[in-house]
Design a protein around this ligand. Structure first.
Ligand SMILES: Cc1cc2nc3c(=O)[nH]c(=O)nc-3n(C[C@H](O)[C@H](O)[C@H](O)COP(=O)(O)O)c2cc1C
Length: 356
């Protein structure tokens, strides 16, 4: 029987186990120019025993930033700073992919430089509010991307993927989940376009397909992954019939052949299994757990074949040596929500290892 502690071949790279550190925004890019810091390098290096680390969401361009103090991957200074992070992870025999996250309408003009405004598939504001330096603010109506604007978004992701390799990353994960820009194109309530980028499932899936294809053409499909969250209502997304959309997406991705698909599971396990059946690459699952973080229970999903790899968010945040602790059956440090976003090294680099 295959277990989560067995190695796996990720499109030509051998990973020592099937436990993934899930992408987690930490809002600590305090360096001038939104660069990761020395603490960031320590934080990821501490977690290098993961089969694969996926970084926090990184904006591919200044306009893609939706939260304070999130790092970018669009300037030479950022590339140099990320190099210290990837070097630290590789020095401990880890592997690290950069998550490219463009937040689209989930943002605010006050978070963006100059006169940039949030963009989206359609001029439909998300219900709710965003955390800014001046406290919570209502989401605004995003500027609808025209054809040139969409091309620019694709180009920005390609450039950021190129920068990721220059910074020493092993690959990139395109963020198509959790209500951000790519998801805003996938979902029918945030994408009400009637052109070639909206309408039926194929058209709503087109941006995701073209983005992944363009990134894969630049850095290689073996270095390209995609994260999706079918039916996830985060960011005021409504997907009453996700099956058609996500099966169209997988059909579009067939000729591209990205290394992995990372599914944030929604209410429908049957859809998870269908996606797994139809996807040719490695299948990463962030399982639906309802009210508790993913834990040792989820290891069985590798054993029963539901997924090739399991990703852990909160538990990996709080347990730098998570694979070892999972193998031992615990104990686990408890994640401290108060230090998730921003702050000092407390709740960042000071979670102890098992025998520390
Ligand atoms: C502090 C924090 C920040 C997160 N930031 C991101 C992010 O930047 N990108 C992303 O795709 N998911 C993000 N997530 C979601 C996680 O990747 C994961 O899907 C979620 O925590 C559920 O998994 P878990 O039960 O193992 O924690 C974040 C989660 C947490 C706890």
């Amino acid at each position: 029987m295959t277990t989560a502690f067995d190695p796996i071949d990720l499109a030509g790279t051998l990973l020592p186990n099937r436990i993934v550190m899930a992408p987690m925004t930490r809002s600590r890019a305090y360096g001038p120019g939104l660069t990761p810091t020395a603490s960031t390098a320590t934080y990821y290096a501490q977690r290098a025993s993961a089969g694969l680390i996926v970084t926090e969401g990184i904006q591919p361009s200044p306009g893609g930033q939706g939260y304070p103090d999130t790092p970018g991957l669009h300037s030479p200074e950022q590339v140099a700073a990320w190099r210290t992070v990837t070097d630290a992870v590789h020095a401990r025999d880890g592997r690290i992919f950069a998550q490219l996250m463009h937040t689209g309408r989930i943002g605010h003009p006050s978070l963006l430089p100059g006169d940039l405004v949030p963009v989206g598939a359609s001029p439909v504001a998300a219900k709710g509010s965003v955390y800014t330096a001046e406290g919570p603010k209502e989401f605004v109506v995003p500027r609808e991307l025209d054809e040139d604007g969409i091309r620019q978004i694709v180009d920005e992701h390609v450039a950021a993927a190129r920068n990721a390799l220059a910074a020493g990353f092993d690959g990139v994960e395109v963020h198509g989940a959790n209500g951000y820009l790519v998801h805003q194109f996938l979902a029918p309530n945030s994408n009400v376009r009637t052109d070639a980028w909206g309408g039926d499932a194929e058209r709503r899936a087109r941006l995701a397909v073209e983005l992944v294809a363009a990134v894969a053409a630049e850095i290689g499909p073996e270095r390209t992954g995609l994260r999706i969250s079918p039916g996830n209502p985060l960011g005021d997304i409504e997907e009453p019939e996700p099956d058609a959309t996500y099966l169209a997406l997988l059909r579009g991705l067939e000729p591209v052949g990205p290394a992995y698909l990372h599914v944030v599971e929604g209410p429908d396990r049957a859809l998870t299994l269908e996606l797994r059946k139809r996807f040719g690459g490695v299948f990463l699952l962030n399982a639906r757990t309802q009210g508790r973080p993913s834990g040792p229970e989820e290891l069985a999903l590798v054993e029963d074949g539901t997924a090739d790899m399991i990703s852990y968010g909160a538990l990996f945040l709080a347990n730098p040596d998570l694979p070892r602790r999972l193998r031992a059956g615990g104990p686990f440090n408890t994640p401290d929500r108060a230090t998730y976003y921003g702050g000092t090294d407390r709740g960042y680099t000071d979670y102890p290892e098992l025998d520390a």
